[in-house]
Design a binder for this molecule. Structure first.
Ligand code: HEC
Length: 483
């Protein structure tokens, strides 16, 4: 840990103590965004960019007085009188104190990210990580914002593209020019929605069922769209989508003008299909059991509702609901051995989550969250509440998690059973190892800066396959045996 240099002399303490107190009186803090609060009362000492000035940097990852979120919050609240750090507990509300922690974390991460230079995708580049060294192999370019990936038994792959098409990649990783014909129309107005996840039925070899999750809907006479997350299954026959059946379609009254937070992912287990409906930008609806928004759903693979779903006896509640209080999960995976369900979801500013999904449970959004609003104001003063689940881990600042797999192949033998989570914004692939009690025992960034990761899957060959946009491509990582 770097040594902290106390730059304050007796005189400077006198001067700087006056500045913040004066600023507090002159400005009404209660309505101020977190950037404003920092600028008005912290920047005098810690620097406008948090990199230090009269006192230490808050962005260098070095914490002399404790580096956990709780400890940082405590420092700001109680101050460090002997060093000249003022106690802000009586000046700032608990919400504002927590917002400051999020803000400090964001700039700390930005600073860390800046200090690392990441290699271009180079086939000879060896990436060294804790348990395995590997290299990256780009397989397919020319995709347009790919979203979901599925492996067919004959070496072909299927990839969904956000603006609608279902693409085929041949066993030599060549993109087949023509998309599959006659796939369902999608609503796609902004960066979200459109065609999303794809999943093969576990018994695909015998029944040929392919499941698609997408933004279904219609346009009114002015071209305005109404949409909701929906799921169909069908087969591909002669490069055409055929035999389509609806698996999930919400009641028409739940279709909305919003273009945000559709989710979604699908995962099969034991004859059931689990999938996500995001809260569609209406955060309060995640707690409303009478709506599909902000829920993880469970159906039989043919779309029937299982008799033991948790809210089956409540006439008002959509019978598909398995868990609720979600914001926008875009990672979902089930451990086939233990039937454990994991989901990653996007928070607002901070508060991205990895959750263990249990029947009938409430995951708290937006009553509790570790994040704050995009504008720097709090969403809620609460990070926890009785009757609401805590995440296994939360990412603050946000990484924007998307795509999740459990590594069960043999190529990366030391990752067996670990979760691999992709992320859009932070452009990271993370490996997470959980102990049996759900505690995180290892977390590392395996890849960074190779594009916004949309999907990550373990291939039938035991290699890890990834889809990115910005740039759009399919690539995989291949272990390098150490001598
Ligand atoms: C009057 C100057 C001053 C102001 C204003 C000030 N601090 Fe500090 N702060 C200090 C000093 C001095 C320290 C002790 C570390 C050092 O020597 O720089 C410190 C330490 C800290 C630490 C602990 C750092 C560590 O290494 O563990 C945090 C966190 C912190 N300040 C946050 C804030 C926040 C947030 C604000 C605004 C609400 C703020 N400070 C305003 C002077 C100030």
């Amino acid at each position: 840990m770097a040594h902290k240099v106390g730059l304050l002399s007796r005189n400077t303490i006198f001067v700087v103590l006056l500045i913040p107190l004066f600023s507090v009186r002159a400005q009404d803090l209660s309505e101020m965004k977190v950037e404003g609060i920092y600028k008005n009362i912290c920047s005098n000492c810690h620097g406008i960019d948090l990199k230090g000035g009269l006192s230490s940097s808050l962005a260098d990852g070095q914490w002399e007085f404790g580096g956990s979120d709780e400890e940082i919050l405590q420092t700001i609240k109680d101050g460090i009188p002997e060093k000249g750090m003022i106690a802000y507990g009586s000046v700032l509300s608990p919400d504002q104190l927590r917002s400051l922690v999020v803000y400090i974390r964001e700039l700390e991460k930005a600073e860390q990210d800046n200090s690392i230079t990441f290699p271009e995708l180079d086939p000879d580049q060896v990436i060294t990580t804790q348990h395995h060294d590997f290299r990256v192999e780009v397989l397919t370019k020319g995709l347009d914002t790919p979203w979901g990936l599925a492996f067919l038994p004959d070496g072909y792959m299927l990839v969904t593209e956000r603006n609608g098409p279902l693409r085929v990649i041949d066993p030599n990783y060549k993109l087949v020019t023509k998309p599959v014909a006659d796939t369902p129309p999608v609503i796609f107005d902004g960066p979200e929605g459109g065609m999303m996840d794809i999943s093969l039925h576990p018994d695909y070899k015998n029944n040929g069922w392919i499941y698609l999750a997408f933004a279904d809907g219609w346009r009114d006479e002015n071209g305005k769209s109404y949409s909701q997350t929906a799921i169909v299954r069908g087969r591909i026959i002669n490069h055409r989508w055929a035999d389509q059946e609806w698996i999930y379609k919400a009641d028409q009254k739940f279709y909305t003008r919003s273009g945000a937070h559709y989710g979604t992912r699908m995962a099969f287990d034991n004859g059931y299909l689990y999938f996500v409906v995001g809260e569609r930008g209406a955060m309060g609806q995640a707690q409303d059991l009478n709506r599909p928004n902000g829920k993880i759903m469970r159906l039989y693979d043919d779309g029937r509702v299982p008799e033991d779903n948790p809210f089956i006896n409540d006439a008002e509640v959509p019978n598909e609901i398995w868990s609720y209080g979600h914001r926008n999960p875009q990672g979902l995976v089930i451990d086939a051995d233990t039937h454990t369900i994991y989901a990653t979801e996007h928070g607002a500013r901070g508060g991205d989550e990895l959750n263990l999904i249990l029947k009938g449970r409430n995951y708290g959004w937006p009553v509790i969250t570790h994040g704050i609003n995009y504008d720097g104001r709090p969403i809620t003063p609460l990070t926890e509440k009785e009757g609401m689940e805590q995440p296994l881990l939360h990412w603050t600042p946000s990484i924007a998690p998307c795509g999740l797999t459990i590594y069960l192949g043999s190529e990366f033998s030391k990752w067996k059973g670990d979760l691999l989570a992709g992320s859009l914004r932070a452009q990271e692939l993370r490996r997470i190892r959980l102990a049996e009690n759900g505690l995180i025992v290892e977390q590392e960034v395996l890849l960074k800066g190779f594009g916004r990761i949309r999907d990550v899957r373990t291939g039938p060959d035991g290699l890890v396959y990834l889809l990115t946009d910005d740039p759009s491509r399919l690539f995989r990582i291949v272990p390098i045996d150490k001598p």
